[in-house]
Ligand binder design. Structure first.
Ligand code: GLU
Length: 422
């Protein structure tokens, strides 16, 4: 079994031991947990496009709908060469927990296509997006399942999917996809939302711990949408970002990096290994980045970044998960024993799906918010989620991850029982 799926299922099982005290009907409770361990529906198949050369190209495609007790299924679609059914299942489970932690009325799902998008032309990427939308059309909709962007997908991909979906059903239905461009009913602030939300959570954490922002250093693994906006917002708050990496290399500067300059370099298609290094800077490997002695270490790339093989090198005071599933179970246990706080993904990166919810609300109401309102509501929602989790952590003397799982699992279990699904 894939490490992330193993971690997600273990977390549910362990948390259920804590939660069972709150439920007198043990038989029903056990049945609910058994249901939550498996997805409600696995949609998988092959989708094809006609490639540049005129030859047919076929790809494996998935949509896994984990649980919809709290509302329509919700979650992104990723295009990546290493996707497996287990991975999509794990990510769909994390989405159910994430929406429950954020307190937004959704279940969880995830989608994926096994493809290396960097090998596709623009036309092929469009055709693949259309083919995927047609593949999932019978299973999605504003009150059924609402997809969004994830790794290697963006507003452009959502636009192609929306168009294909609406053509097929014969009417407009913008609330079927979130993360759309503003011109097609997207929400102001959605693109930045995951990074911005993370910055709000980190702000709450440092306030609680009475840390001095000015002397707090941050190292970030990953410089995609999430890593970039997170870096931008936390450096605005006054944190010193001493290291950032992309898949080619890491860049380190004890004086702090200029995020804007790095972003402009990336926008021109550059890889960090070719970055014009200035005085005081040096290139470092991803492994070196993970071992830096910083205040906050932020895995913001892919899953399984911190594992039993490298966790002993982690020298940060706090691990702040902006990627989905970046810490394996063994690594998480090790960090807990060592007294390192791990701020869990389902809380720290929930800003993206929270603003997806605002986008859906705006689409359903046909009335659009100012960016200020979006950011204010995001701050309120995510700061409250942090405070709720911190309270449970203290009351029960457990880790932040356990506390987040406790809160989210309880909400899902209660919705399942109310619906009489057992
Ligand atoms: N892909 C993002 C996540 O993992 C956003 C999902 C959504 O907005 O539905 O949280």
């Amino acid at each position: 079994m894939n490490a992330m799926l193993n971690a997600a299922l273990n977390q549910i099982k362990e948390t259920s031991l804590l939660l069972s005290e709150d439920y007198s009907d043990k038989k029903t409770f056990k049945k609910v947990i058994e249901k939550i361990l498996v997805p409600q529906k696995i949609i998988k198949g092959k989708i094809s496009i006609t490639g540049k050369s005129g030859k047919k190209k076929t790809f494996k495609a998935y949509r896994i709908q984990h649980n919809d007790a709290r509302g329509p299924f919700k979650g992104g679609i990723r295009f990546h060469a290493n996707i497996s059914e287990d991975e999509v299942r794990a990510l769909s489970t994390l989405m159910s927990l994430k929406c429950a932690v954020a307190g937004i009325p959704y279940g969880g799902a995830k989608g994926g296509v096994v493809v290396d998008p960097s090998k596709l032309s623009k036309e092929e990427l469009k055709n693949l997006s259309v083919a995927y939308a047609k593949f999932v059309t019978p299973y999605i909709g504003p009150w059924r399942d609402v997809p969004a962007p994830d790794v290697n997908t963006d507003g452009r991909v959502m636009s192609f999917m929306l168009e294909a979906y609406e053509k097929k059903i014969g009417q407009m239905a913008p609330a079927t996809f979130t993360g759309k461009p503003v011109e097609l009913g997207g929400s102001l602030g959605r693109t930045e939302a995951t990074g911005r939300g993370g910055a709000y959570v980190l702000q709450s954490y440092v306030k609680l711990k009475k840390l001095n922002i000015k002397t707090s250093s941050v190292a970030i693994q990953g410089f995609g949408n999430v890593g970039y906006y997170f870096a931008k917002f936390v450096s605005k708050l006054g944190f010193k970002i001493v290291a950032i990496s992309d898949s080619s290399s890491g860049i380190y500067s004890s004086k702090g990096l200029n995020i804007q300059a790095l972003s402009e370099f990336k926008d021109k298609g550059g890889a960090f290994k070719d970055f014009p290094i200035e005085k005081g800077m040096k290139l470092i490997s991803n492994e070196e980045l993970l071992g830096l002695s910083v205040t906050v270490l932020v895995p913001a790339a892919l899953e399984n970044a911190i594992t039993k093989d490298n966790v002993e090198n982690v020298s940060a005071d706090v691990v702040f998960e902006m990627a989905n599933g970046p810490t394996t179970t063994e690594a998480d246990n090790y960090l807990y024993e060592k007294g390192v706080d791990v701020i869990p993904d389902i809380l720290s990166n929930s800003g993206g799906v929270t603003v997806s919810y605002f986008e859906w609300v705006q689409n359903l109401g046909g009335y659009y918010w100012t960016e200020e309102k979006v950011n204010d509501e995001l701050k309120k929602t995510i700061t409250k989620a942090f405070a709720d989790i911190d309270k449970i952590k203290k009351d029960k003397r457990i880790s932040y991850r356990r506390a987040a799982n406790y809160l989210s699992l309880k909400r899902i279990i209660d919705a399942m029982i109310l619906r009489g699904r057992v």
